[in-house]
Design a protein around this ligand. Structure first.
Ligand code: UD1
Ligand code: UDP
Length: 374
C-alpha cells in the first residue's frame, strides 16, 4: 500500500489541503494517508481543522508569538526528521508558498520521498514580492518530483524553468474544491454557525459592505499605515458603506490596524473569521479589498470585484479577465479605485462578473487519480 504524508502549517494551506485529505481518505484500500501540521499558525489553523473535521496524526506545534523566519525554517526541518524516518512515506504533499511549504519540501527531499507540490508554478518573477513567498515556491519547485499546477499559465512557468513536461500536471486549484464544498455546507438549512449569527448582528443591511483583509510581510510598516489611512478616508467620505475587517493575528498587522482604525463608526475590526463565516461575509459583501492570495482566487467564483493591495500578483488570470485590479498600497490609488466602484455602476458591473479561472472543483480528484495510476 502506498504511504502518503500531507504536510501543512498555515490557514490557507489548510483550506486548500483539506479537500485533498478528504479525497485520499476515500481511498483507504489503496493508500495509508497521514496528516502532519507544523502549526506555523495556531488559532487560525485550528479554525480550519475544526470546520473540515480533520484530526492531524502529527502536530509539531511550532508557532511562537511574532516568530522569525530563521528559527521557523530550522524548526520545521528538524521537527519533521523523526516523523519522516518513522512513517517513511512514499509521497509527501506540500502546498503553495509558505515557510512550511519550503522547509517541509526540503525535509521530504532529504528523506528520499517523492515530493508532490500542490499549487505549483505560480510566479511573479520578483523575489521580493511577495516576500518570502516567491522564494519559497521557487525553492519547493526545485526539489519537487510531481508539480500539480492549477492553471496553464502555472504549467508554462514551470516548463520555462526546464521542468520535465511529464512532471507537470494541470489540475485546477484545490481552493475551488474547498470553496464549493463549503458554500454548499454554509447555504444548507441544517448548517448552524454561531459566528455567522454574530456577523448578522454586525452587518448593516442598509450599507454597502467592503470586506478587507491584509497580512503581507512586504506591506508591514509603512505599507499598513498607508492602507489604514486609505480605509479611514473611504469610511469618512462614503457614509453609505461599512468596512468589515477581520484582522490577521500577526502583531505587525494587529498593532497598526487597531491603532489607526480602532474608533471609526463605519469600520468594524473583528478577529479572523472561521472559513464558513468568511465565505458568508464574502457573499454578503459589495467589494473586497485585500492582499490575500486565496481571496483573489475565491472572489471571482462569487462574482465579487477585488482590489489587490499589492504591486505584483502570481495569479494573473483574474486580472486579465478584469475582475481583480492591482492597486498597491498607495493611499490615493486605493481611495480612487474604491470610489469608482462605489459610485460608477458601469465600472462596478464590469468588475463583478462571475467567472472561474482557477478550477471547477475537481482538482483533488485529478491529483488522487494521477497518483493512483503511477
Ligand atoms: C504566513 C505565511 C504567508 C501566508 C500567511 C497566511 C510565511 C513566511 N508566511 O504569514 O505566506 O500568506 O501566513 O495567513 O510562511 N499568529 C497568531 N496566531 C495564528 C497565526 C499567526 O498569533 O493562528 C501570529 C503569531 O504571532 C505569529 C505571527 O502571527 O508569530 C506570524 O505568523 P507567520 O506564519 O510567521 O506569518 P504570517 O504573517 O501569518
Ligand atoms: N479566510 C478565513 N478567515 C478570514 C480571512 C480569510 O477563513 O478571516 C480565508 C480565505 O477565504 C482564504 C484564506 O483564508 O481561503 C486566505 O488566507 P490568507 O489571506 O491568510 O493567506 P494567503 O491566501 O494570502 O496565503
Amino acid at each position: 500500500m502506498k504511504k502518503n504524508l500531507i504536510i501543512f502549517g498555515t490557514r490557507p494551506e489548510a483550506i486548500k489541503m483539506a479537500p485533498l485529505v478528504k479525497q485520499f481518505l476515500k481511498h483507504k484500500n489503496e493508500f495509508e494517508t497521514k496528516v502532519c501540521i507544523t502549526a506555523q499558525h495556531r488559532e487560525m489553523l485550528d479554525q480550519v481543522l475544526s470546520f473540515f473535521e480533520i484530526v492531524p496524526d502529527y502536530d509539531l506545534d511550532l508557532m511562537k508569538p511574532d516568530q522569525n523566519l530563521y528559527a521557523l525554517t530550522a524548526n520545521i526541518i528538524t521537527g519533521l526528521k523523526d516523523i519522516l524516518e518513522d512513517f517513511k512515506p512514499d509521497y509527501v504533499y506540500v502546498h503553495g508558498d509558505t515557510t512550511t511549504t519550503m522547509a517541509a519540501s526540503i525535509a521530504a527531499f532529504y528523506s528520499g520521498a517523492i515530493v508532490c507540490h500542490i499549487e505549483a508554478g505560480l510566479r511573479t518573477f520578483n523575489m521580493k514580492s511577495p516576500f518570502p513567498e516567491e522564494m519559497n515556491r521557487s525553492v519547493t519547485g526545485i526539489v519537487t518530483n510531481i508539480h500539480f499546477a492549477p492553471t496553464k499559465t502555472a504549467r508554462e512557468n514551470l516548463i520555462n524553468e526546464n521542468k520535465k513536461k511529464e512532471s507537470v500536471v494541470v489540475t485546477g486549484n484545490t481552493v475551488i474544491d474547498a470553496l464549493l464544498y463549503s458554500v454548499g455546507k454554509v447555504n444548507s438549512t441544517a448548517f448552524k454557525d454561531q459566528e455567522i449569527e454574530d456577523l448578522k448582528q454586525i452587518v448593516d443591511p442598509t450599507k454597502k459592505v467592503i470586506l478587507v483583509t491584509g497580512h503581507r510581510r512586504e506591506n508591514h510598516g509603512q505599507g499598513f499605515v498607508s492602507i489604514c489611512n486609505a480605509l479611514k478616508a473611504i469610511a469618512v467620505e462614503h457614509q453609505d458603506c461599512q468596512i468589515i475587517y477581520p484582522v490577521h493575528l500577526n502583531p505587525n498587522v494587529q498593532k497598526p490596524v487597531y491603532k489607526l482604525l480602532g474608533d471609526i463608526t463605519n469600520i468594524n475590526l473583528i478577529p479572523p473569521l472561521s472559513y464558513p463565516a468568511f465565505i458568508w461575509l464574502m457573499e454578503k459583501s459589495y467589494l473586497i479589498i485585500t492582499d490575500s492570495g486565496g481571496v483573489q482566487e475565491e472572489a471571482p467564483s462569487l462574482g465579487k470585484p477585488v482590489l489587490v493591495m499589492r504591486n505584483t500578483t502570481e495569479r494573473p488570470e483574474a486580472v486579465e479577465a478584469g475582475t481583480v485590479l492591482l492597486v498597491g498600497t498607495n493611499s490615493s490609488k486605493i481611495i480612487t479605485e474604491t470610489k469608482k466602484l462605489l459610485t460608477h455602476q458601469d465600472c462596478y458591473n464590469s468588475m463583478s462578473k462571475l467567472h472561474n479561472p482557477y478550477g471547477d472543483g475537481t482538482a483533488c480528484e485529478k491529483i488522487v487519480d494521477y497518483i493512483k495510476n503511477i
